[in-house]
Design a protein around this ligand. Structure first.
Ligand code: NAD
Ligand code: GLY
Length: 385
């Protein structure tokens, strides 16, 4: 038996309410819209950004995401009057190449995408970076809407306009800044995300707590286990998404092109990158390596007298509660040294580092001795710990 008409109408017509986090970049400003069910509002949200019905939309995605969410996204677009087509790419970081972007360009050509057309990136950071770069370069730049479906992309990759692909010589060497017109975050899409990917995203969330948001850090500390979606629960997840997006938006608004401040978003990344490189990018997800990098940066910061052992321990405990790794694998000191020396951040034996001074604040230092950084990372390896 169905519900009586007035109530049925109320149930069906009550739209999910979305929270807005503004990214304030003058004429390039855009909102991050967050809320359960947001995906079903994709078409409406794009109309609200000033796009007209009839505009052609190319949805770029991959099979992991297309399966559960592709139809819903395209239905919403069609209902709002857009003409949508889908391009389903293979999943994986190894697909993040100029050749795959050429496939997106070819689809744009086949569909005759014009200056007023739109690309929707429906997926994790890999899809977002590639679709964003294709949008940045097609006809010298058409609009892109980011619909992130991993925690990492929701809190980091989809916001801020960094787009690009990998070169055999290194990650993200080819790219462009191209801000999206809208970022639409539907936390319900995390239900199908593999737990390990969710954990990896938590590393970036903890990063925001350490670099900028002690309230977020304390909210995470005050919660029980943080290892899975069920542990987080909807209220904390909503807070994580809003506060992380706010932290990223503030940094990007202050320094869009990474003149200086934006570099604080690389907290944990310098030594994390060493771990990723020396393990051939196969053993660790990016967020897992960042977690190890943050533990090592915490040691370094204590050894340099920038923060105390208690704060370092708080960071370590929080990372441990997510199930992320705390220790680097056994590493050869000489290999670490070489890897750091190859890093663009080294000058005269000194490494550029983002180091915490307390929970919620960091300093950008240009004067960290390479040997001190090496020693901090080696202290996280099992042989030394
Ligand atoms: P990813 O895009 O590879 O996604 C991880 C895996 O999860 C993939 O297999 C994907 O197919 C799958 N997946 C995605 N959403 C899913 C869902 N809802 N359900 C089931 N499976 C799903 O990885 P990522 O961690 O999202 O992004 C990493 C990439 O982001 C890297 O290439 C990195 O360089 C880039 N990145 C960019 C920025 C930026 O500012 N542009 C910032 C951080 C990272
Ligand atoms: N993920 C680092 C940045 O967006 O600058």
């Amino acid at each position: 038996m169905g519900l009586p008409p007035p109530l049925a109408a109320a149930v069906i017509e009550t739209p999910p309410s979305l929270t807005t986090v503004p990214v304030d970049l003058g004429p390039k400003s855009y909102p991050v819209r967050i809320g359960p069910g947001a995906l079903g509002l994709l078409g409406e949200e794009i109309l609200a950004r000033g796009f007209r019905p009839g505009v052609r939309v190319l949805v770029v995605t991959n099979p992991d995401v297309d399966g559960p969410y592709g139809d819903r996204a395209c239905r919403s677009l069609e209902q709002a009057g857009f003409r949508s087509e889908r391009l389903v790419l293979e999943a994986g970081e190894d697909q993040k190449t100029p050749a795959t972007v050429s496939r997106i360009h070819q689809a744009a050509y086949d569909l005759q995408l014009e200056r007023g057309s739109l690309i929707v990136a429906l997926g994790g950071g890999v899809v977002g970076d590639m679709a964003g770069f294709a949008a940045a370069t097609w006809l010298r730049g058409i609009a892109v809407v980011q619909v992130p479906t991993t925690l990492l992309a929701m809190v980091d990759a989809a916001i801020g306009g960094k787009t690009g692909v990998n070169h055999p010589g290194g990650k993200n060497l080819i790219g462009a800044f191209h801000q999206p017109s809208l970022v639409l975050v539907d936390p319900c899409t995390l239900e199908t995300l593999p737990p390990r990917e969710l954990q990896a995203g938590m590393a970036e969330v903890i990063k925001y707590g350490v670099i900028a948001d002690p309230v977020l850090f304390e909210a995470l500390e005050g919660h029980g286990s943080l290892a899975g979606l069920g542990d987080l629960g909807p209220a904390l997840l909503d807070r994580i998404l809003r506060r992380s997006a706010t932290a990223k938006a503030r940094v990007v608004a202050a320094d869009e092109r990474e003149g200086s401040l934006r570099a604080i978003l690389n907290y944990g990344h310098t030594l994390g990158h060493v771990v990723e490189t020396l393990t051939g990018y196969r053993r660790y997800l990016h967020g897992e390596a960042v977690a190890i990098g943050m533990v090592a940066a915490g040691i370094l910061s204590r050894e340099l007298g920038l923060w105390n052992a208690a704060e370092e321990e708080r960071q370590r405990q929080l990372i441990a509660r997510t199930g992320l790794p705390l220790e680097a694998p056994p590493l050869e000191a000489e290999a670490v040294r070489e890897c750091l020396l190859r890093d663009k951040k080294v000058r005269d034996g000194r490494v550029r580092f983002v180091l915490p001074t307390r929970i919620g604040a960091v300093e950008l230092r240009d004067d960290v001795h390479l040997e001190a950084a090496l020693s901090a990372l080696m202290q996280t390896t099992p042989a030394r710990s």
